[in-house]
Design a binder for this molecule. Structure first.
Ligand code: SF4
Ligand code: MG
Length: 331
């Protein structure tokens, strides 16, 4: 079946100064199936948020394409763009910054309803009450202001606002990173519930693999503007291929006796290079414990080394991928 979202060789470059280009997203390809939760991880500055925002057209792309149900989202007319604005929504890391402090929750949640003129009067009110219920807040909260809520409650309001226009696809950009650990799980459970009950499709962005492990069907790992590994959550944890993924995994404690002995912490040397001057060849080579000569010369392509398991690393190239080609979009 057709993927809901198909991203092909997407690039988002920013012109910084004369002759300087920041390649925030540099040739990323993947697809998301309807009803799937795709986790996207990587250190801050690796381009995850830029990727999410370019998919939602908050940024114009530099090249490549984003197709939603077969439609190139960056090439639409006004009417199509309006429909897409409803279908694709965003949940932000800091809900407080994105909630108007002078509006009551009723109006904040109804923002999209008003813009798209979906309901008015009592039907509008009922819809907001319903949404408050869905995200685990009572209708009695409708006339309160954002500052009267805790961080977790604000994130629930942000989620209700995103749901108000009945979207099909949501980019959640680090929705739990700013919350207390005890609250994080509640929000994760809420998103999982929405995925299951409403058939919603998510791109769930996080800086930490431990945050996406239990929520994602598949996980993509980004480094310096590139997607370097993509596979199911299970395969990524049990059999990571890319040395960067191995290092990320080794940094989180895993209460799994099967894996405990096998896993030693891998400390990466140095800092992430500036995206203004990424290394030649493999972007990870300056920190890779397994770098070889060819890693400086040739950029590794995303190849499918096991069914549905893609990685961009020269280490595996002798092992002739089953399906050949950079076919990441068909995962
Ligand atoms: Fe390391 Fe080379 Fe693989 Fe890059 S291509 S991750 S430098 S082994
Ligand atoms: Mg970010």
């Amino acid at each position: 079946s057709e993927p809901l979202l198909e991203v092909t060789d997407l690039k988002k470059h920013f012109a910084i100064r004369k002759n300087q280009t920041l390649k925030a997203v540099d040739g990323v390809s993947f697809a998301i199936k309807k009803g799937e939760m795709l986790g996207l991880v990587g250190e801050s500055g690796c381009g995850k948020s830029t990727l999410g925002r370019t998919i939602l057209r908050l940024y114009e792309r530099t090249s490549g394409s984003v197709k939603f149900k077969g439609t190139d989202v960056h090439k639409t007319g006004q009417k199509q763009a309006k429909t897409l604005n409803r279908s694709m929504q965003m949940i932000f890391q800091d809900p407080y910054a994105s909630l108007n402090p002078r509006s009551v929750v009723m109006d904040i949640i109804a923002e999209g309803i008003d813009i798209h003129q979906l309901y008015t009067g009592s039907r509008r009110k009922e819809k907001v009450y319903e949404l408050l219920q869905t995200v685990g807040l009572g209708a009695e909260h409708a006339n309160r202001y954002p500052h009267e809520f805790s961080g977790g409650q604000r994130q629930r309001i942000g989620i209700a606002r995103a749901l108000a226009v009945d979207p099909e696809f949501i980019v959640a950009d680090e929705p739990i990173s700013a919350l207390d650990v005890s609250i994080q799980e509640q929000i994760v459970n809420l998103l999982r519930k929405l995925q299951r009950e409403k058939g919603l499709t998510f791109l769930f962005i996080a800086h930490d693999l431990s945050m996406v492990r239990h929520i994602s069907d598949r996980i993509g790992v980004m480094y310096l503007g590139k997607l370097v590994e993509l596979t199911t959550s299970e395969a990524l944890y049990k059999n990571p291929l890319h040395p960067y993924t191995e290092a990320l995994l080794s940094a989180i404690p895993i209460p799994d006796p099967d894996l405990e002995d096998k896993r030693e912490q891998i400390l990466l040397k140095g800092e992430i290079p500036s995206p203004l001057s990424p290394p030649s060849g493999c972007v990870f080579r300056t920190r890779c414990p397994k770098a070889m000569e060819r890693c400086a010369l040739i950029e590794p392509q995303m190849l499918e080394y096991q069914p549905g398991h893609f990685a961009a690393c020269h280490l595996y190239e002798g092992t002739t991928p089953k399906h050949g080609e950079a076919a990441a979009t068909h995962g």
